[in-house]
Design a protein around this ligand. Structure first.
Ligand code: NI
Length: 176
């Protein structure tokens, strides 16, 4: 396994639509494993392939709490096949928007169909934090970030600050 660099917004690669993998083969499994290692290394609860520069419909997540046994999930070609009418609000963050958080309203529960690590088609129904993380990661596959669900004012403020931080880092690197 290998840790991969995580792309930070604003970046056009985070705004693309990712392509289905169709079948979970050795290369997809390797990507899933590398993504999980990257996610755990960054202390995140979810990661989508476009965040590491791969425009493939692959996500990984683990919503186990600190101290609990790890519960990694690897999903290819995830698709929301049902969503509850009832909504839930969670404070969301993202490894591609470090240090920024906002409350996002989404369906309280969703049913997702996907291909697992062994290329078997499965369905899971998830609610609460689990359901929110699943929806957040699937959004990434369509170029949608959690800030796209909040007001334009707040979104632009966050993206401007991230851009400023990015420019400062680039300048530091150029001077180093
Ligand atoms: Ni994210």
């Amino acid at each position: 396994m290998a840790k991969l660099p995580i792309i930070v917004a604003p970046d056009s690669r985070l705004k693309q639509t990712s392509a289905p993998v169709g079948r979970v083969d050795k290369a997809v499994r390797k990507l899933m494993d590398d993504m999980l290692e990257t996610m755990y290394g960054a202390v995140g609860v979810g990661l989508a392939a476009p965040q590491v520069g791969k425009l493939k419909r692959v996500i990984v997540l683990d919503v186990a709490r600190e101290g609990e046994e790890k519960r990694p999930l690897r999903l290819a070609d995830p698709e929301i096949v049902a969503a509850s009418d009832e909504d839930a609000t969670f404070e969301e963050g993202c490894l591609s928007l470090p240090q920024y958080y906002a409350e996002v309203v989404r369906p309280r529960s969703v049913t997702v169909r996907y291909r697992d690590y062994g290329d078997t088609v499965r369905e899971i129904t998830a609610e609460g934090l689990f359901g929110t993380v699943l929806q957040h990661e699937i959004d990434h596959l369509d170029g949608i970030l959690f800030v796209d669900h909040i007001s334009a004012l707040k979104r632009n403020m966050i993206l401007r600050k991230l851009l400023k931080a990015k420019k400062a880092r680039a300048l530091e690197e150029a001077e180093a």
